[in-house]
Design a protein around this ligand. Structure first.
Ligand SMILES: NC(=O)c1ccc[n+]([C@@H]2O[C@H](COP(=O)([O-])OP(=O)(O)OC[C@H]3O[C@@H](n4cnc5c(N)ncnc54)[C@H](O)[C@@H]3O)[C@@H](O)[C@H]2O)c1
Length: 386
């Protein structure tokens, strides 16, 4: 299948994601127009990119000349219509609101070239539904970056029901030119690949908080002792408990009612104790750091095994044909989460131990979703690795 050359890109939305997506394009030689609703926002986004690149220059990871050339490739506009006219590819990164995105795609479709690729950075909205707003849905795909875009290595390239292989291959190629690990998502299912395999950990952490027997500090400490940069509870506070709450609501309606946010998280959201941004959440935060008592580590946490949970979901993702291979899932987890791939890691672990732990977590926290898949019970998941 052919791959088209992408020389000019328009990015709609210059917030956390849009500005990061613009940055990786200009650094990699692609002329980019960044669009937002006013010039103040665009100026802020431009300053953020400037400061990220200055940091690289100061660290001698980029030359001043390369930075100046990159910044010269960046244009800004408050007008979608004129800025998409001659774009080869348009990437949308506005807030996660179906109606807003649909309205924008209609404008884009009316103004862009009929062969321009149109992509959304959405994390949760249906690619197939968004695609119906453009004149030729075969040119529409998901192009899902991870935050922060300049540091996270993954991009997921997602098929809608009508997306052409050529469009997917072109976005895969573009993703790789941006220095990313690009993986194909064959079906437009909730959470795509990487967010999906990590999603079942949320009801588990929520149930642990509600039960109150094991302290978040002891789990975070053990995870950090095993090489994680942040433990799961620290990460929840870092991301924001309101964000976690909303993500759980999303999976509750799309995957299983067991994602119902628990009492602890719901109370925190009600009290506006959202984590780092409000100074208190699961932990108290001071100077951008969570205060974690790392002296208490209990032995009960042994059967709490995030890898087993991720693997169980990864098996489902593969069976549902959302991912093309176990290798792709591993690549995604490594580049999108900076965590070891579940299949690769589990190859050397006794499947009975994984199944036992899943059963223990499922029964202890009353989460049937965590029951082991047949391929974990009989160990046949190991044959998924080529
Ligand atoms: N933040 C994340 O961690 C993350 C990760 C992956 C994907 N996403 C997805 O990326 C998208 C953007 O998220 P974000 O975190 O960058 O949001 P954000 O709120 O930081 O930025 C959105 C930007 O879009 C602009 N905007 C709003 N209406 C507009 C319009 N009509 N025309 C042009 N610009 C408009 C806003 O002014 C804002 O600058 C969402 O779909 C989100 O789900 C976010």
């Amino acid at each position: 299948m052919g791959v088209r050359a992408i020389k000019k890109v328009t990015i709609i939305g210059s917030g956390a994601m849009g500005s990061g997506i613009a940055e990786v394009h200009i650094v990699n030689g692609i002329n980019t127009v960044m669009v937002d609703i006013n010039n103040d926002l665009l100026q802020k986004a431009k300053e953020k990119i400037n400061s990220n690149l200055t940091f690289l220059v100061n660290k001698q990871k980029m030359t001043q000349v390369a930075m100046d050339e990159a910044m010269a490739r960046l244009a800004t506009s408050t007008d979608i219509t004129s800025s998409v006219k001659d774009a080869d590819c348009i990437i949308e990164a506005v807030p996660e609101l179906m109606d807003l995105k649909k309205k924008i795609f209609k404008t884009v479709s009316d103004a862009a070239r009929t062969d321009a690729i149109i992509a959304s950075n959405t994390s949760s909205l249906s690619i197939s539904e968004l695609a119906e707003t453009v004149s030729e849905p075969s040119r529409f795909a998901g192009f899902h970056f991870f935050n922060p875009v300049n540091r996270m290595r993954l991009v997921e390239v997602i098929y809608g029901q009508k997306t052409s292989d050529e469009v997917i291959d072109t976005l895969m190629d573009l993703g790789e030119k941006l220095g990313k690990v690009a993986i194909k998502v064959l079906r437009d299912r909730p959470g795509f690949i990487v967010n999906r395999i990590n999603a079942p950990l949320q009801p588990l952490w929520s149930a642990i908080l509600d039960e109150g027997k094991i302290s978040p500090a002891s789990i975070d400490t053990v995870m950090k002792n095993h090489g994680a940069k942040m433990g799961p509870f620290e990460l929840m506070d870092f991301v924001g408990l309101d964000v976690i709450y909303n993500v759980m609501q999303y999976y509750k309606t799309t995957l299983s009612p067991e994602w119902e946010p628990g009492k602890f998280i719901t109370e925190c959201v009600k009290k506006n104790e959202l984590g780092m941004k409000t100074g208190k959440g699961i932990y108290v935060w001071e100077g951008g750091k969570a205060i974690i008592d790392s002296s208490i580590v209990t032995d009960i946490i042994k059967p709490i095994d995030p890898l087993a949970v991720q693997l169980n979901e990864a098996v489902r993702v593969l069976k549902e044909k959302v991912a093309a291979s176990a290798e792709d899932i591993d690549k995604g987890q490594e580049a999108g989460m900076n965590q070891p791939g579940p299949f690769k890691t589990a190859m050397s672990i006794d499947n009975k131990l994984l199944a036992e732990r899943l059963n223990w977590m499922s029964e202890t926290y009353n989460l049937t979703y965590l029951k082991p898949e047949p391929e974990i019970l009989d160990g046949s998941f190991k044959s998924f690795m080529r």
